[in-house]
Design a binder for this molecule. Structure first.
Ligand SMILES: C[S@@+](CC[C@H](N)C(=O)[O-])C[C@H]1O[C@@H](n2cnc3c(N)ncnc32)[C@H](O)[C@@H]1O
Length: 357
């Protein structure tokens, strides 16, 4: 066992590492003890109680005891069973299904968590993987919420779990919180823009680069940050730029592998896409990835960097100064695609992204 459950100051019980855990390690896997049909529908308390009672009756005494020892933040405001369910239910299914986990429900929240909880429909289990190295004695945290600005995060956590988040991110000085919120909003705007407009690939990559820059260099990798690599891999594949698609696909594969492990459906799907791209490259072109260039040049080539046309960005949170900064960082030397070693695929190579979704 890589962790133990113990009291954590200001957060009730929590999950604490009993040894050093390296990034990508599966920390925990567990089937739901109580399964709920939907966390999205306002539950009819009577029906919910009945559903939970039915499942409790078929549990062992030890399991029942473990269920009743879970935290109930609702006190006398509702029947005890409902209080426990509402405090501990985690969402997992695509239709808003959720459940209570005897161990997994004891992970506390942080906006910049050290671990990722993910529902694995193939295993019928929630898994928890380390998003970074975690030290012995450190609390292992997950996130309960989506990628949001400070006030939205606080409201969601208070409404759903009745606590005020005091994590490092939420307690930054107001000026830094404002700056971070502006960056988060810009990341979300870019995501919407990339998904809703049919931009030429170089413009999409320019925006995507900016998104990745904001997420990585400013430590905004709050859980559920938009997955830039997934999107640009698909955009490049649709435009038959299989070399770039393959590189972005490898990066996305690394992300889903860390978050869900090799047996997660997302990882398997991405592996399938990656193998397919590899087979196209192998069959028609052989390796064209310019790894013999210095890393900086490969990155610059990969993202097709040049200054973004201002109209792409207008009104979406970026100042002119910022845009200029990005262009300056790019190192784009103005050489043509051919000079940079980029090739185009045959007409017959049609990448069916839908089939992989
Ligand atoms: C799913 S339970 C987590 C385990 C819980 N701490 C326990 O003692 O069983 C959710 C509750 O834990 C507490 N909690 C989780 N994350 C917290 C945080 N970052 N700060 C304060 N309380 C937190 C809140 O009371 C929340 O309603």
């Amino acid at each position: 066992m890589l962790f133990r459950i113990q009291p954590v100051e200001g957060r009730g019980n929590g999950v604490v590492a009993t040894s050093k855990i390296t990034k990508g390690t599966r920390i925990h896997a567990e089937s739901p003890f109580i399964t709920l049909l939907s966390l999205d529908d306002a539950p009819n308390p009577q029906a919910l109680s009945e559903l939970v009672l039915q499942q409790l009756r078929s549990a062992t005494r030890d399991e029942q005891r473990a269920f009743f020892s879970l935290t109930n933040i609702h006190g006398n405001n509702m029947p005890i069973i409902l209080g426990i369910v509402q405090t501990n239910a985690l969402a997992f299914g695509p239709g808003g299904e959720g459940g209570v986990f005897l161990t997994g429900s004891q992970f506390n929240h942080k906006c910049l968590p050290s671990a990722c909880s993910k529902w694995n429909s193939d295993l019928g289990m929630m898994t928890v993987h380390a998003l970074r190295d975690i030290e012995e004695g450190e609390e292992i945290t997950i996130t309960y919420i989506n990628f949001e600005t400070h006030d939205v995060r606080q409201k969601t956590l208070y409404d759903g779990f009745q606590f005020i988040c005091t994590c490092e991110t939420c307690t930054l000085p107001q000026e830094m919180v404002n700056e971070m919120d502006a960056d988060i909003q810009e990341i979300k705007n870019i995501d919407l823009h990339l998904k809703s407009s049919n931009l030429p690939l170089d413009e999409s990559l320019g925006l995507a680069y900016r998104q990745r820059y904001l997420i990585e260099s400013k430590s905004l990798d709050l859980a559920h940050a938009p997955d830039t690599y997934d999107l640009v891999a698909k955009l490049a594949a649709i435009r038959k730029d299989y070399t770039r698609a393959k590189i972005f696909s490898e990066r996305h594969l690394a992300v889903v592998m860390t978050e869900g492990g090799p047996d997660h459906p997302d990882t398997k799907r991405q592996q399938e896409m990656d193998d397919y791209l590899a087979s196209i490259l192998e069959k028609h072109y052989g390796p064209r990835i310019p790894y013999h260039f210095p890393l900086f040049e490969v990155e610059s080539w990969l993202w097709m960097q040049h200054q973004l046309p201002p109209e792409v960005y207008e009104g979406e949170g970026e100042s002119e100064g910022d845009s200029q900064d990005t262009a300056d960082e790019s190192g784009y030397d103005g050489s043509s695609e051919e000079e940079q070693g980029v090739w185009s695929a045959d007409e017959d190579d049609t990448f069916d992204v839908e089939a992989l979704d």
